[in-house]
Design a protein around this ligand. Structure first.
Ligand SMILES: *[C@@H]1O[C@H](CO)[C@@H](O)[C@H](O)[C@H]1NC(C)=O
Ligand SMILES: *[C@@H]1O[C@H](CO)[C@@H](O)[C@H](O)[C@H]1NC(C)=O
Ligand SMILES: *[C@@H]1O[C@H](CO)[C@@H](O)[C@H](O)[C@H]1NC(C)=O
Ligand SMILES: *[C@@H]1O[C@H](CO)[C@@H](O)[C@H](O)[C@H]1NC(C)=O
Ligand SMILES: *[C@@H]1O[C@H](CO)[C@@H](O)[C@H](O)[C@H]1NC(C)=O
Ligand SMILES: *[C@@H]1O[C@H](CO)[C@@H](O)[C@H](O)[C@H]1NC(C)=O
Length: 398
């Protein structure tokens, strides 16, 4: 009996000891991992540390980076920059050790974290100002941001969906064969149907005067899922068969041009882009490289023009050759360029500045469409008349 109790005691004590050991080992391991990270982070931000990082090394943190930015980490991000003494991180735990902290618009925290003295905060957004998350306009974010990084050309650092520039090497194509292969006129790839710009109404009116196919959720034609990269077969198919490609934005806002416009340039697709979007697009996209809906008083005028060019081989080839003189960068390259510029700015004189985010991004940036008024009126007159009759009836009843 005594012997049994002793044995039991022995087994229990050993088990407890082993458990304790395992727990201690595990938690110390975890602690070590955390410490290593913080030490690295601290070291990388200390200037003059000649072992781990070059002097004047600046740490730029993207505090709430969207998932596709994860993997951007460290100093390599700045390798191709003119000034590359910077490091980039998307680990929020580095907050206290960062010289610059970037905050993204769409998932901006309701309450800002503590801002370290001397830290520079950057507001970033490449989305249209009609985005619903307006946390940034709340008082607690007021005066927090020093710089802006956005699709607005007048932000401190430009970060848009693309950037058009003249190509150095000419594209060689058999333009005649390309034209002959195209047996259709206008293609539209679209997946967001009811929009502020009323592009769906605009396209509907166009379709009366030019042959047009609509692909995607809002249309009746199907092609592959939109990928937005070189493997996007939907755009390949469309570029081969159609002469014009509609790039209609869902909002008509200053400087706001999205990736769908840049796509045929980035991947040198042999198709003529037709844009309806930013009312000041001419300021940043060469006018010969695309057709701008704002040059036409109505969808009917634009459609008639496209139809006439579609049946004139010489003219179509002339336009496509002009378009082919340009190419484009897209995001994430535009983001990388922006980071380069930021790194350079950090190594120069930094004048103290507070960014008025509301002014740069949101205020007076967007417009309601005006190119539909003529055709729209028929419907609206009808509706208004109906409204007047109803209210008259109500009046006479009460
Ligand atoms: C960048 O770092 C290099 C060392 O890697 C240093 O020689 C140079 O002075 C630094 N440049 C600036 C602008 O701080
Ligand atoms: C880097 O320097 C070159 C030569 O001075 C200049 O042409 C280029 O625009 C610079 N790049 C950036 C991103 O500032
Ligand atoms: C950052 O510093 C603040 C105080 O300045 C502190 O409350 C917070 O715990 C620190 N965060 C980290 C991750 O070290
Ligand atoms: C495109 O497809 C090729 C072949 O499947 C692949 O190697 C490449 O990584 C793809 N590109 C992208 C951006 O997904
Ligand atoms: C076709 O376009 C060319 C200019 O590229 C023009 O000279 C010619 O008159 C046009 N042809 C027709 C039939 O409109
Ligand atoms: C950044 O903003 C803070 C206020 O949030 C301000 O005190 C500081 O001077 C600004 N720094 C720079 C470099 O603009």
């Amino acid at each position: 009996m005594r012997l049994k109790v002793t044995w039991l005691w022995f087994i229990c004590t050993s088990l407890t000891l082993v458990t304790l050991l395992v727990v201690t080992f595990w938690s110390s391991r975890r602690r070590v991992v955390v410490n290593e990270e913080s030490i690295k982070a601290v070291l990388s931000s200390v200037s003059g540390n000649d072992i781990l990082t070059p002097p004047k090394h600046k740490m730029i943190l993207y505090f709430n980076a969207p998932p596709h930015f994860q993997g951007y980490e460290g100093e390599n991000v700045f390798k191709k920059c003119n000034v590359s003494n910077c490091s980039f991180s998307t680990r929020a735990a580095n907050l206290n050790y960062s010289n610059v902290v970037i905050f993204g618009h769409s998932n901006l925290p309701e309450v800002p974290p503590l801002k370290e003295l001397g830290q520079i905060w950057v507001f970033t957004s490449s989305e249209s100002p009609s985005h619903t998350n307006m946390a940034v306009t709340k008082d607690r974010w007021k005066g927090k941001f020093n710089w802006t990084m956005s699709y607005r050309r007048h932000s401190d650092f430009y970060f848009g969906y693309g950037k058009i520039f003249p190509r150095k090497v000419k594209v060689e194509r058999d333009y005649s064969a390309i034209f002959d292969q195209k047996d259709k006129d206008v293609a539209w790839i679209v997946s967001h149907c009811g929009t502020q710009s009323r592009r769906e109404e605009y396209a509907r009116q166009m379709a009366r005067y030019v042959s047009m196919d609509t692909y995607g959720i809002c249309g009746d034609k199907n092609c592959d899922v939109y990928k937005g990269n070189e493997n996007d077969s939907c755009h390949d198919v469309v570029s081969k068969k159609y002469k014009f490609y509609l790039s209609f934005e869902n909002n008509i806002c200053k400087d706001y041009t999205t990736e769908k416009f840049y796509f045929p340039f980035t991947f040198d697709k042999p198709i003529m882009p037709v844009a309806r979007g930013a009312y000041n697009m001419r300021e940043y996209v060469p006018s010969v490289s695309y057709i701008d809906a704002s040059d036409f008083p109505s969808p009917r005028h634009l459609a008639r023009y496209l139809s006439s060019v579609a049946s004139n081989k010489t003219e179509y080839i002339r336009l496509l050759k002009l378009k082919d003189e340009y190419t484009s960068k897209t995001s994430p390259e535009t983001f990388e360029d922006s980071l380069c510029a930021m790194c350079e700015a950090l190594h120069g004189d930094i004048p103290a500045k507070i960014a008025d985010v509301n002014d740069v991004i949101f205020k007076d940036q967007c417009k309601d469409p005006t190119d539909l008024s003529g055709d729209k009126s028929v419907q609206e007159i009808g509706l208004n008349a109906l409204g007047r009759i109803v209210s008259k009836l109500k009046d006479s009843i009460s």
